[in-house]
Design a protein around this ligand. Sequence first.
Ligand code: ADP
Length: 243
Amino acid sequence: MIEVKNLHKSFNDNEVIKGVDLSLNEGEVVTILGPSGSGKTTFLRCLNFLETADLGSIKVNDQIVEFGQTSANEILQLRRKMGMVFQNYALFLNKTAKQNIMEPMVLVHGYSVEKAEHRANELLESIGLSEHGDYYPSQLSGGQKQRIGIARAIATRPTVLLFDEPTAALDPELVGEVLKVMKAVKNTGVAMIVVTHEMQFAYEVSDRVIFMSDGRIVEEGTPHQIFEEPQEARTKAFLSRFT
Ligand code: ADP
């Protein structure tokens, strides 16, 4: 349902993604692990054109887009099938929690304000924040802000959700509430690609784990295969830091 082929990306002459392929089935959750600087965030950002990849293609449902030769309209069509959750939440600070959730529904997907508000209320309830719809981001904790970020990303029922280190900026005691929402999101059947350092989450929730290093996929497998029986020296060395 989602197929990325031969993705390459350089910043000037520094090639940071060196030919990555990735396929996901409907509702599949894939976690990407790897050392800092290995290209995980860049890879994710290329998928929805926040960075412009140099080469390769992405297919989501029936739409195939070749990187490097894309029209603005194609990018918009593709983005409509994706939601993204950022490490720093990326909320509009001058809009309330509810307005943040509604914004892409109305501006990108053409929902009426009434329909968007109805959906936003439903989402606020599902993430345990129905009392907080009129709060501004500055009045919310990091965990609450990230739950709003997730609600915004899932509002229009995308095919795939991209998570870029969604808990990395949080105080440790707030990580759990965000992971709990992510688990609930998985149960809705949306495909998810999650860049994270939360090993327990990767182990429990992913269908597949990818270990990336130096711009390439070094190893991939089930959580059991990667965590219990890693084959590659670089995977073993990376994981040994977490045990
Ligand atoms: P990771 O997410 O695995 O930590 P990144 O994708 O953030 O890795 O970074 C991969 C490499 O790309 C790093 O060497 C980083 O310095 C470089 N990089 C990332 N973004 C940019 C940019 N906008 N301009 C130049 N280099 C970048």
